[in-house]
Ligand binder design. Structure first.
Ligand SMILES: [Zn+2]
Length: 328
């Protein structure tokens, strides 16, 4: 929606430029017409292909982290408060790695792993020892080390939170030789200049939710369902394999076996087919993040919090578990 408004502003700029065109000197009518168009082209090029993929965007990262926070042990919670900067919440920490990626040369590769969507599963060969899988393990070890210097553990905490969530973004794993959908240009609702990666980072969520609170509520609702009981099992290799499976769906035209092609327009049908999957991935990420943090920061007290950790009236009814849908 915000993107649609942005386009409106650009179109209005175009209309305003039209007025200037009439006022241009007699001898320069062509230049008068071309200048506003050239300016618009420069603006579009500037915010188009060069836009950096931010992974889940701010709303997705923060909401997933806030679900994780509801399941932390008191000890893990206290240690996190101690490790982070004064006034920095865990949700703030979740986007630190994206906000500071420019200042850490080479760190962009830590956020994803390119696995061809035709591959059966993730292989360590895809990682080259420098991807979301290996970096997550590295930062997790630092975070769990009580003897590591505090600034190092703080950095590790920010990365652990962020990378668990990035590993759950299907376009941070599945790839069609298009940089995880970054090169697959699409039109999504009113946004004529986006790509599949951005649709998954933020387009779907921005369209589906007015604010972070609404999304957090849905992530919590999902985490309460019986099917979520098994979500905390597995390791990062399993999570990226789920993302790979999800990416196969993300690349597909809804209701068809055909794959999306550059230049296509997608909208309601794509959102209906994929927004629930995006929400599920964020809920899974939040559940697993809480496990990882409890494990690193309070291994001996990990069992103190029942899973899922919600108010009594929110406990799922002891009915038969429904069939898990979507990804495996
Ligand atoms: Zn990222």
């Amino acid at each position: 929606m915000r993107m649609a408004m942005g386009m409106e502003v650009l179109q209005n700029q175009g209309r305003k430029s039209g007025k200037h065109q009439k006022a241009s000197p007699e001898g320069w009518p062509a230049l008068g017409r071309l200048l506003p168009l050239a300016l618009i082209a420069i603006i579009l090029l500037g915010i188009g292909p060069a836009r950096q993929a931010l992974a889940w965007g701010r709303m997705g990262h923060r909401a997933s982290t806030r679900l994780a926070e509801t399941r932390l042990t008191p000890k893990a919670r206290a240690l996190i408060r101690e490790l982070l900067e004064p006034g920095e919440s865990l949700a703030d920490a979740s986007t630190w790695a994206d906000e500071n990626s420019q200042s850490i040369p080479g760190s962009a590769a830590w956020h994803y792993v390119n696995v061809p969507i035709s591959a059966a599963s993730y292989s360590p060969r895809d990682c080259h020892d420098n991807c979301v899988v290996s970096r997550f393990e590295e930062f997790r070890r630092i975070l769990a080390d009580p003897h590591a210097p505090k600034p190092r553990r703080r950095m590790a905490l920010r990365y652990v939170v962020h990378l668990v969530e990035d590993a759950h973004q299907p376009m941070h794993v599945g790839d069609r030789r298009d940089r995880g959908g970054n090169n697959l240009q699409l039109q999504f609702f009113g946004d004529d200049y986006t790509n599949l990666h951005q649709v998954w980072d933020s387009g779907l969520l921005r369209n589906g939710y007015c604010n972070e609170r609404e999304l957090v509520d849905d992530l919590i609702d999902l985490a309460r369902k019986p099917e979520a009981r098994d979500w905390t099992r597995g390791h990062i290799e399993d999570w990226v394999n789920e993302s790979l499976e999800a990416a196969r769906q993300a690349y597909r035209i809804p209701g068809s076996k055909d794959l999306l092609r550059s230049g296509m327009r997608i909208g309601r049908e794509y959102e209906d087919a994929n927004l629930p999957l995006a929400v599920k991935r964020l809920s899974q990420a939040g559940m697993r993040l809480s496990e990882v943090l409890n494990d690193c920061l309070s291994p001996e007290g990990k069992r103190a919090i029942p899973a899922p950790h919600f108010r009594k009236e929110q406990q799922p009814a002891p009915s038969a578990a429904p069939q898990a849908s979507g990804i495996r």
